[in-house]
Design a protein around this ligand. Structure first.
Ligand code: BGC
Length: 471
């Protein structure tokens, strides 16, 4: 429940407390999925300029090299709901690690653009799966008190993955075959994920659903405090999973639940439509537009990665204190201002020629706004606003929409900058930032320290709250 979850300081205190150490360890291993998601997001922008040079890739081909992973991720996210039920969360994550290793090595050995596009599609299957199953598995293993924190922790690992990718991009850029190394070394954390998943326990929730209550009890005895009533929790899980089976995809879009779905999907789409991944994928390219050489642009991108990571840590500490809504709204204001600044920077030649540092400052301000608000808040809110009965399905829909929106923005970015110019492209994102702001202001409720029923009443009215209560 929303009111039970925590993040920030309390989470850190709880996570290192004796009884939670085992579960924190499991969460760390599982969050390797988030790390891989981030590494991949961060590395392609670093590798792209070198790939373009070697294969003489056109803008169209380059867009597909970036976007094929996203198509794979949409498919992966869609499949993961089914797989995580069928073969378990644990084995889905193990499989995702194996597929990642295959995709990373296949990318590293690519002989032409088509091969690389196909390899990145395979990689996408793994990344999309991880983006859904990692938070799901972590949330199910952790006691409710630290659940909010562990979900945000996954986002932190995403930003760490991006940062490591930027550093690897810089460190490896001097090697021959640099881009092959950049794409290939990701096989190592992929293998670590696959191997470590063999040793972690199944999710107790999945075990109860399979009727394997004794095994679920054993897992809960290891992951919960000594004085915790394990049997009561098993009964609760059984009750919720029973209700859950009464909810189908059609109910998700029925009149009762629609308002909640609209909030989750809007957060998913706006998270991408403000152009975050054009900044993450194309940080190097954008910095090159500002007149930097490829190597120094790769180095400057590291600053963007460090800022993203550090500000996500700060957001984690602030989420429970100032609340999700305040961070979301203020963060979106900051990033929207940065988008208009980037637009002006590219539109007015005097600015880009006379003051190249303005481009870097605008990128940093943008990432500060994103990491404070939309970055962590989207993933956290979709784990908080839905009643348990249909949380998995609803989160899967939001995750798929997030990848689809990511695809649309990333695929069109390079072509858009060629067709209408870089300035106008960033202004469009800025206008979408204003639209996001208006939506958040009027439609997104505060979820900090609130009971789920109150949130449902605010978004969906009495009718939804009563329907969910009586299911
Ligand atoms: C988004 C990713 C993005 C990352 C940047 C995540 O919340 O879903 O698309 O690359 O944040 O930190």
């Amino acid at each position: 429940m929303a009111g039970e979850s925590t993040s920030g300081v309390e989470f850190i205190k709880q996570a290192v407390a004796g009884s939670n150490r085992f579960v924190t360890g499991i969460a760390l291993l599982a969050a390797l999925g988030g790390f891989l998601f981030g590494y991949d997001t961060g590395i392609i922008g670093q590798a792209l300029p070198f790939i373009q040079k070697q294969f003489h890739a056109s803008t169209f081909a380059s867009s597909w090299i970036v976007a094929s992973l996203l198509i794979g991720a949409i498919v992966g996210a869609a499949l993961s709901g089914y797989l995580s039920e069928k073969i378990s969360r644990k084995w889905t994550k193990c499989l995702s690690g194996c597929v990642y290793v295959i995709g990373a090595l296949a990318s590293a050995f690519a002989q032409d653009v088509t091969w690389l596009i196909a390899a990145r599609f395979v990689l996408g299957l793994s990344v999309g799966t991880a983006s859904f199953v990692a938070p799901e598995y972590i949330a199910e293993q952790t006691p409710p008190k630290i659940r909010g924190g562990t979900v945000t922790f996954n986002q932190l690992m995403v930003t760490l993955g991006i940062l490591v990718a930027y550093i690897a991009g810089y460190g490896l850029s001097h090697l021959t075959d640099n881009w092959r190394w950049m794409l290939g070394i990701a096989a190592a954390p992929g293998a670590l994920l696959a191997i470590s998943m063999i040793f972690v326990p199944h999710s107790p929730r999945w075990l109860v659903k399979q009727g394997r209550k004794d095994e679920a009890r054993k897992v809960l005895q290891r992951t919960r405090a000594d004085d915790h009533d394990v049997d009561e929790e098993i009964d609760d899980i059984a009750e919720v999973t029973d209700k859950e089976s009464n909810w189908g995809l059609r109910d998700l879009f029925g009149p009762r639940v629609r308002p909640l779905m609209v909030v989750g999907i809007a957060l998913a789409v706006f998270q991408q439509f403000v152009g975050v991944n054009t900044v993450i994928y194309f940080a190097t390219t954008i910095l090159k537009y500002t007149g930097e050489t490829t190597n120094s642009a790769v180095m400057l991108a590291v600053f963007v990665g460090v800022t993203n990571f550090v500000v996500t840590v700060i957001a984690m500490l602030l989420l429970d204190w100032v609340g999700r809504r305040a961070l979301l709204i203020n963060g979106t204001i900051v990033l929207t201002i940065a988008l208009f600044l980037l637009g002006c920077y590219f539109y007015f030649p005097a600015l880009s020629h006379g003051a190249p540092w303005v481009g870097l400052v605008a990128l940093i301000v943008f990432i500060i706004g994103f990491a404070l608000g939309l970055g962590p808040v989207f993933w956290l809110m979709i784990s908080e606003i839905y009643p348990l009965q249909f949380r998995s399905q609803a989160m899967a829909v939001a995750t798929i929409c997030n990848w689809a929106a990511n695809f649309i923005v990333s695929y069109f970015f390079l072509q858009e900058t060629e067709a209408i110019g870089k300035g106008a492209t960033f202004w469009i994102y800025g206008v979408l930032g204003i639209a996001a702001l208006a939506f958040f202001w009027f439609k997104v409720p505060e979820t900090k320290h609130r009971r789920l029923e109150e949130i449902e009443r605010e978004i969906g009215g009495e009718e939804l709250a009563e329907a969910v209560d009586s299911e």
